[in-house]
Write a protein that binds this ligand. Sequence first.
Ligand code: 5GP
Ligand code: ZN
Length: 115
Amino acid sequence: MSSDCLFCNIVERSVPATVVHETGSVLAFRDINPQAPTHVLVIPKAHHSDAASMAAADPALAGEVLDVAGTVAADDGIDTGGYRLVFNTGKDGQQTVFHAHCHVLGGRGMEWPPG
Ligand code: 5GP
Ligand code: ZN
């Protein structure tokens, strides 16, 4: 846990968020600036700077993040139409918060390739 990290502070509840799902090791909450009707961030409670370092350090945790992403999609009813999971990684990947997170985006048609 780093007090400098926004998402660690959301895990600690010192920064508020609209939580939609929680397990012992994973938290899911709505993005503050949604890019689709459903836009949820699924994060490990433990601090890992990006998805690759999370998967290398704790593959089971990475799997749980994906499992919760699927649960969130089903709970929001976007699993039938389809949805997108995104892990922005590093500067060129447009990562802005350096605590691993999976974007769950759905409720509208997605474009490919993304901008
Ligand atoms: P990234 O660009 O790092 O992949 O995604 C970071 C995401 O965090 C962005 O979609 C941004 O809107 C979201 N975000 C930034 N600050 C906050 C916040 O304080 N609360 C919530 N719920 N989301 C945030
Ligand atoms: Zn963190």
